[in-house]
Design a protein around this ligand. Sequence first.
Ligand SMILES: [Zn+2]
Length: 472
Amino acid sequence: MRRPLAAIAALLAASSVQARENADLLIRGASVVDVAHGSILPRQAVAVRGDSIVAVGPDRTISRRFESKRTVDASGKFVMPGLWDMHVHFGGGPELIAENKALLPLYVAYGVTAVRDCAADISSSVLEWRDGVAKGRLLGPTIFTSGPKLEGYKPLWKGTLEVGTPAEVKAALDKLQAMRVDFVKITDNTLKPDIFLYAVKEAKRRGLRTSAHTPYALTIDQAVDAGLSSIEHIDYLIKAGSPKEAEIGAAYAAGKLSYGAATDAFVDSFDAAYARTTYRRLAAKGVYVTPTLNMGRILAFLDREDHSKDPALAYIGPGLRKTYDWRIERAAKATPEQVAARHREHELSMKVLQMLQAAGIPILAGTDAGYLNSFNYPGEGLHDELDLYVKEGLTPRQALVSSILTGPKFLGHSDRYGAIQQGKAADILILDANPLKSVAATRKINAVVLHGRLLNRAVLDKLLADAKAAAH
Ligand SMILES: [Zn+2]
């Protein structure tokens, strides 16, 4: 007996409904931003299950294949991976642990879904938070951390692993490996140059990435040849762009020049043609650079900019705000010549950024936000950093690459991050405007998907309100 056509159609429809896969979240009708290629794919749907993207494709196809109790209409919106801040600090002493912890949701509210913590003095808390976020117990960006950094004996910085011999370097690296750190941070306040080079080599031998402030007594080439993975702060690239780099470094090491005088000498002897050649050579060696331009800008102009009314100050706890005083007081003591030198250095560093990009050195977007670094706000600081990149000649796409693609690449996580694609982490921004046209669009956040969890605008505003309340 023949069934009526309507019954067959109903059966087919029922079977197609049955065949639909379940998703925890469906984002529909979105324009997907392909940061790697600088293109937009219109009318896409993104299916999320757990903390992963399970499918991306034309809206009609995906919405037939998946069903979900939670669907977001993202028509007219732009979807891209969450932002990474590759240079932050959690610190300021044990009494500021709670204030630092309160910064985690603040980063998320600004669309920052991963941070690289470059060491300070509360590493055991940061390691706890790293696990808490990874296991979903704590709302915050994915944390990558160096743990405590390596330094010489009795440095200015607290909470460091003090090393002065190869045996001490080995013991310190053993400790860091036991903590399963994501990279090793080395700074040069009191660290001897030969021990610096030994630490970089030994870390590399163990398969650990390194990030550093390089001792003035060494050239940047020497540090990179030893295996240094990333240079923090663009000042060191100004140094590398001076034909007198080795000579000035030797005068500093011999005590003939102060740190400040050596810095000024690097700026004054910078040579653009020489620098271009150096940068191409460094690019070929594969070193990354985190310029932290926004921090440089803020510090350079502390003499003339009033930050007391910055809206983002309201999100920073009183203890962390107090740590800002160190830099403010130091800036207030500067002579007019020192202020002029700071401005000159900042102007030059802005030019150097373009040169690094042109030479093909991978740029990591990082802020230095956290404690000590006055008015460089967690979350907002990254947007300011990206704005500066575009102001200084990078395209919006290049600025986004420095955060979204180069960050994961540096840490060896490109398989999981950097695109809205099947198999990638569900750390997603839903924006009101196209970030490839203007990087300022990354501030227009309609929703954040964090490890698969949807945080709409109302939830993000609540996070901001909570941060403000906690900061008082
Ligand atoms: Zn730093």
